[in-house]
Design a protein around this ligand. Structure first.
Ligand code: SF4
Length: 322
């Protein structure tokens, strides 16, 4: 047994409550995007494009609120660009109104972040705004984030940060994220230097191969043999726009559905037979029923992500005690 595999087994054993309810819930409010990024398979999705029905969203949030002792974070986005939704702030506000304690975070490409949307976000109660911004140089950025304009996006983010400051708002925290891959690796240091004084946090994230569904764009980081179970099956629930619960965020087209929230509850699905069979398969390192997991680069990085998360939680607790 590898060390990674032993550690992940131990984490799963130490957290038996994760079998009750997911700690991260991610409803997909929009399932299409205004960009065609080279590392993202969203445009290959076969499901009809549109917005999640607000009634379905409410059903999800209301069940989470009844189980708030388990839910730590809500991410109202998945495959699409969430700011395309004309009423995106209504979804954030509803989630924060049901429980102010959980973290509500949004990932965006920031191309649509004009003044009107900025004000809506600043008033919505959103905790974290994560901007995916791949590149320090315009040429690099525009060769990755196809369809977006580097100068416009950069201006949008800086204007957002300045308006937030001028309104004396603490929230949302603004995080800038760059994916380390062949095209960006040489610019990561410049990127960090440029944004560290502007954003609340700058992150360098690992390249994800979406369970083998996109080309490997990072030659330094290709998945070798890895038999560790994936912690996402014990913590994270992703609901696609039409109510299908997909295996995880990499299962962008719902090819491995765990259930359907239009007629089931989160609890039924989370404690159900389908996900439990997949969990058993992972614990036994048997990925024959889940080819997507066999090829997934997420399992390669989950321990470093877990370490970062624990470090952040401990750090937050220390700061809050002072
Ligand atoms: S291994 Fe990858 S594809 Fe499988 S559940 Fe984990 S994140 Fe999803």
């Amino acid at each position: 047994m590898s060390i990674d595999r032993n550690i992940v087994h131990l984490v799963i054993k130490l957290r038996p409550w994760t079998m009750n309810f997911p700690s991260i819930v991610q409803p997909e409010t929009v399932n299409f995007c205004n960009a065609k990024c080279i590392m993202c398979p969203t445009s290959k999705g076969t499901k009809p494009k549109g917005f999640m029905d607000f009634g379905l969203y409410k059903k999800i949030i209301d069940e989470c609120a009844r189980n708030k002792e388990y839910v730590k974070a809500l991410y109202p986005f998945q495959n699409g660009e969430p700011l395309i939704h004309p009423e995106f702030s209504k979804y954030i506000e509803y989630a924060k109104k049901q429980n102010n304690q959980w973290e509500v975070a949004l990932y965006t490409n920031a191309s649509l972040l004009d003044k009107n949307k900025t004000l809506k976000i600043l008033e919505s109660g959103l905790d974290t705004l994560v901007v995916s911004f791949d590149g320090f140089r315009k040429e690099t950025y525009e060769s990755i984030r196809i369809g977006l304009n580097f100068d416009q996006v950069k201006k949008n983010v800086i204007d957002f940060i300045n308006l937030k400051k001028s309104m004396n708002k603490n929230n949302p925290e603004v995080h800038l994220v760059i994916i380390a891959m062949d095209k960006t690796r040489g610019e990561v240091k410049d990127f960090e230097r440029e944004w560290k004084n502007l954003a609340d946090r700058v992150e360098v994230s690992h390249f994800s191969n979406w369970g083998g569904q996109v080309d490997e764009l990072d030659s330094q980081d290709i998945l070798k043999e890895n038999y560790a179970p994936c912690l996402r099956l014990w913590e994270h629930l992703v609901i696609l726009r039409d109510g299908t619960v997909s295996l995880c965020c990499n299962d962008f087209d719902g090819r491995f559905p765990l259930g359907d929230l239009t007629y089931q509850t989160i609890k039924e699905i989370w404690q159900g037979e389908i996900i439990n069979d997949y969990r058993k398969a992972h614990l036994n390192s048997d990925f024959s029923s889940l080819p997507i997991c066999k090829k997934c680069s997420y399992r390669l990085h989950q321990l470093s992500l877990l370490r970062k998360l624990i470090f952040r939680q401990v750090f937050k607790k220390i700061i809050n005690k002072k």
